[in-house]
Write a protein that binds this ligand. Structure first.
Ligand SMILES: NC(=O)c1ccc[n+]([C@@H]2O[C@H](COP(=O)([O-])OP(=O)(O)OC[C@H]3O[C@@H](n4cnc5c(N)ncnc54)[C@H](OP(=O)(O)O)[C@@H]3O)[C@@H](O)[C@H]2O)c1
Length: 326
């Protein structure tokens, strides 16, 4: 099998190579899957560049997402030839991941491809799309409807952000997209944002505990002062889903948004979240939540093209999702 292979050099630098390895070298597991597509997420870029918080042991094949065909299963829930998706859990972190032609994983990590979704489409969503769906579901299930007001999305040209903008717009929400890329304004308006705000224009550096309420809901992929600003700018009863830290893992906030405006904040973890919630979200993504522009925000590369894309996502320069064809 072909795979992207990350090795740690003697001088503690890391190299990315494409190698041929034997399927027998994969870890033990119940389901062997021939990977047809994977996708690139920020976490993959960290794993591919030697981030020991994500991947402890090298050499290693990253790829937290994989979609493919069951080659062999020791679990009767899955049969040879079935189309399946695996995202999260330990895939691509310390378990050989989707940037290889085969993966072998526990059956409890595997989701059957829902009707209405092609294998490639499932990786256009990938972990970014699933995470956006989980964030949105949390907001909706906590009572936020389009009538209640605007939803703000940060990191809106990134993998999670772009999916959140498109799905929310499809569901009839008025979306405010925050971006650091001024050149992406027209693009964000085209995929469904009603308003685009520059990252620096919204970032509040004052010490005020609350700002004017503007948003009914928020999806934050960046953390730090930007998230603190959003918390201060929520309407009464606003709901915030948070999932990322590209700006900062810190959150310099106070209790005021929570105790004076009844704001709720939910943490989203797509890697370990309940499998039944995951299946429900994949069904939504296959049908009523599937954005028309899904293909147009995705580029497809082979393993050979991956290192360049990894470098770009690390610099915060990606717009949209990158699918990997194996
Ligand atoms: N909790 C989970 O289950 C889960 C799942 C997936 C991802 N995540 C996390 O969510 C975050 C986003 O993931 P992703 O895959 O969407 O990453 P991505 O594709 O790299 O997108 C991140 C976006 O954030 C913005 N950004 C970059 N640097 C920034 C900075 N210093 N301050 C503010 N914004 C910045 C950029 O968008 P603009 O230029 O448009 O602002 C960038 O495109 C990451 O932290 C990732 O680890 C968590």
């Amino acid at each position: 099998m072909k795979a992207l292979w990350i090795i740690e050099n003697e001088d503690n630098t890391f190299s990315q190579n494409i190698i041929e390895k034997n399927v027998d070298e994969l870890p033990a597991g119940e389901v062997l899957i021939r990977v047809k597509y994977s996708s690139l997420n920020y976490k993959d870029a960290l794993s591919a560049s030697g981030n020991k918080g994500v991947t402890k042991k090298y050499p290693h094949t990253p790829g937290i997402d994989a979609a493919g065909i069951v080659e062999h299963s020791l679990n009767e829930q899955f049969t040879k030839g079935e189309k399946v998706i695996v995202t999260g859990f330990d895939l691509g972190m310390n378990t050989s991941g989707g940037f290889g032609e085969y993966i072998r994983v526990p059956a409890k990590w595997v989701v059957k491809l829902p009707k209405g979704l092609k294998l490639k489409e499932s990786m256009m969503f990938g972990t970014g799309g699933l995470t956006a769906a989980l964030c949105i579901d949390k907001i909706i299930s906590n009572g936020i409807t389009p009538e209640k007001g605007k939803i703000i999305v940060t990191g809106s040209t990134g993998g999670v952000g772009i999916m959140a903008v498109m799905i929310l717009a499809k569901l009839g929400f008025e979306v405010v997209a925050v971006t650091g890329k001024t050149e992406a304004k027209d693009f964000l308006l085209k995929i469904g944002a009603k308003e685009v705000i520059g990252r620096n224009d919204i970032d509040d550096k004052s010490t005020r505990p609350l700002l004017k309420g503007q948003f009914a809901g928020a999806i934050d992929t960046v953390g730090g002062n930007l998230l603190a600003t959003i918390l201060k700018s929520m309407n009464y009863g606003g709901v915030v889903s948070i999932c990322g830290l590209v700006n900062s893992p810190e959150l310099p906030t106070s209790v005021f948004p929570f105790i004076l405006r009844g704001v709720s904040m939910f943490g989203i973890d797509s890697a370990e979240c309940d499998i039944e919630w995951r299946k429900k979200m994949w069904k939504n993504l296959a049908k009523k939540w599937k954005p028309e522009q899904l293909t147009s925000v995705t580029k497809t590369v082979t393993l050979k093209g991956l290192p360049k894309e990894i470098n770009k996502i690390l610099k915060g320069g990606q717009i949209g999702r990158v699918v990997v064809r194996l």
